[in-house]
Design a protein around this ligand. Structure first.
Ligand SMILES: [Zn+2]
Length: 147
């Protein structure tokens, strides 16, 4: 049944995690160099795919069946560790979002929005999947606010 998982880009260029089948994000060398320990880093080339499923042990994989798991990372990262910053560039955490909700003003999130438009935002280098965290911040904010 595992054979059903698509590892090569298919017609719509989507790639799925070989372990869990999650739709993965192509990730370039910046985040790989940033997050993966030197030894497991050698398994991957200049780019890989990021699984992104918090319930899956695989963080990165490539089309040659190489995988990098949570324990191959240099540090604890969000979403695998909920205490780690959601924003790799400016360190916004889950706790910051909870404080914004409790105080009834998204002050910290607005500040992040402002900073995300500055040259200090380096998501393509620092974020686990190389993508801006604002989508995830918004998702978490709306989810927690609805509780
Ligand atoms: Zn996975």
């Amino acid at each position: 049944m595992n054979k059903a998982f698509v590892r090569e880009p298919d017609s719509d260029a989507s790639v799925r995690c070989p372990r869990c089948g999650n739709l993965a994000t192509e990730t370039l060398r910046g985040p790989l160099d940033q997050h993966v320990l030197p030894e497991p880093r050698r398994r991957l080339g200049d780019s890989a795919w990021c699984c992104g499923n918090v319930r899956c042990a695989v963080v990165y994989f490539d089309v040659f069946d190489q995988v990098v798991c949570v324990e191959d990372l240099r540090a604890e990262v969000y979403p695998y560790s909920s205490a780690a910053p959601i924003c790799a560039c400016f360190g916004l955490t889950l706790e910051d979002i909870e404080l914004d909700i409790r105080e009834g003003q998204p002050i910290r999130i607005r500040e992040l929005l402002r900073k995300s438009r500055t040259p200090e935002a380096a998501c393509s280098q620092l974020a686990l999947n190389g993508e801006c965290c604002l989508k995830e911040v918004q998702r978490v904010y709306l989810k927690l606010r609805a509780l």
